[in-house]
Design a protein around this ligand. Sequence first.
Ligand code: SF4
Length: 237
Amino acid sequence: MEKLSDYKAMLRDKSPMQVIEWALGEFGKRIILASSFGAEDQVLTDMIASTGKPARFFTLDTGRLFQETYDTMQKSMERYSINYEVYAPNPDDIARMIEKCGPNLFYESVEKRRQCCDVRKLRPLKKVLKTVDAWICGLRRAQSITRTDVDIISWDEQFGIYKICPLFDWSEEDIWKYIKEQNVPYNPLHDSGFRSIGCVPCTRATKHGEDERAGRWWWESPEKKECGLHRKSEKNK
Ligand code: SF4
C-alpha cells in the first residue's frame, strides 16, 4: 500500500506487456492471474506466457460453468503448457445453501444471488488471494458502469493486496484485435453473442445495443451487477 503512488507513477504510459513484465519481476510467486477464460483473461494469459517467465494462474470452478469454458481451459493448458490452480467451493457450504434456499436461489433476490456468489466464488477467492501480494485481472473501464474507476494498479482493500489491471483502458475492439492477430484461443460462446461469460444460469447473450455485461444477472439493475470479487472501495491515489 505504501508503494502505491510510486508504482502508479512508474506504470503510467506503460503498455500492458510492460506492466506484466514488471509485475512478474516485482512480485515473483506472490502474484497470480485470475482467469475465468473470458476474452480479456485469454489476452493476459497469452501475454504472460509470452514472457517465458514462471507465473501462476488460477480459476474459480463454481460448479455451474459452461462446457465451452472448460473446453477453453483445456485448450489454453495445451497451447501455453501451463497449469491452473483450481479453487472450488466447499461442498458442505453448497449442500446447506441448496437445502435451505433451493438450487435456483439467485433468481429470487439480489441478496440470495450474492449469497450464491459468496459461497461459490468469494470464499474460494479469499483462499487463493491469501497466498499472494498482488493479483492480475482483466477488468476494463469500458465494460460497465460498475467499472469506470478501474485503474492500472490499485490497493484492493477487500483482500489487502495490490490489484493490477493491465488492460484497464482497452476497448472491446482492442481485445478482439489482439486475439485475432495472435490467434489466441477463446471461448466459442463469444461467437454466439456472449460478450461476458460467467455461470450458466446467470449468463445470456447480449442484444444489439446492450452494455457489454448486460448478459450477466440480466434480471438485476446495472449498478448491482458484480459478484463481490471486485468492489469499488479500492484506493487509487
Ligand atoms: Fe451463483 Fe450465479 Fe453467482 Fe454463479 S454467477 S456463483 S450461479 S449467483
